[in-house]
Write a protein of this length. Structure first.
Length: 157
C-alpha cells in the first residue's frame, strides 16, 4: 500500500473565503494537482484550513481522491478566530465545539479517519467518540474492522 503524507496545507489561503461549494472545488482541484501525489492513502498532519467550512469541504473533496484519508487536527484547524479575515467561527463558542463539528462531519464519510491528538474527550451529545490517545495504534470501528476500505479501487492518475 502506498501512502502520501502532507501537512500545513492552509488551503483557505489559496481559495476564496466562500460558501459556494463549486467555487471552492475548482480551487481545491488546482491545489490538489499542484501539491498531491498518487497513492492508495493520504495522511494529512494538520493545518488544512482556519475556516471551518473550507476545512469540511476540503475533507469531502480529498476523500474522493484516495482509498483512505487519515487526518490529524492542527492548531490552525481548531483556532477560534472571531474577527479578521476568517472571522466566520462565530458559529462556535469554543474550539471544542468546532472540533466536535469536524468529528461529526468526518463520521459521515466512511473513507475518512479523523484522529485527535492529544486525546480530547468530547461531550456525548456530539455522537460517537473517536480519538486516538497516542502511539502506533490502529483505529477501528465497533466491529473491529478498519473503516477505511473501499470496495473498488480508485483509478489513480
Amino acid at each position: 500500500m502506498k501512502y502520501f503524507f502532507i501537512s500545513d496545507l492552509h488551503v483557505d489561503f489559496y481559495a476564496p473565503l466562500s460558501r459556494n461549494v463549486s467555487t471552492l472545488r475548482k480551487y481545491f482541484e488546482a491545489f490538489f494537482e499542484r501539491n498531491f501525489l498518487p497513492a492508495d492513502a493520504c495522511c494529512i498532519a494538520g493545518d488544512i484550513a482556519n475556516d471551518y467550512f473550507t476545512y469540511v469541504e476540503f475533507l469531502k473533496f480529498i476523500a474522493e481522491k484516495y482509498n483512505c484519508v487519515y487526518v490529524c487536527l492542527g492548531n490552525h484547524d481548531i483556532i477560534m478566530e472571531l474577527s479578521g479575515h476568517f472571522g466566520v467561527d462565530r458559529e462556535f463558542k469554543t474550539s471544542e465545539e468546532k472540533i466536535a463539528y469536524f468529528v461529526a462531519e468526518a463520521d459521515k464519510r466512511p473513507l475518512l479517519e479523523l484522529f485527535l491528538f492529544p486525546r480530547i474527550a468530547l461531550p456525548r451529545k456530539f455522537g460517537r467518540r473517536k480519538h486516538l490517545a497516542s502511539g502506533p495504534h490502529a483505529h477501528s470501528n465497533e466491529t473491529g474492522v478498519h473503516r477505511c476500505k473501499r470496495q473498488t479501487p480508485l483509478a489513480l492518475m
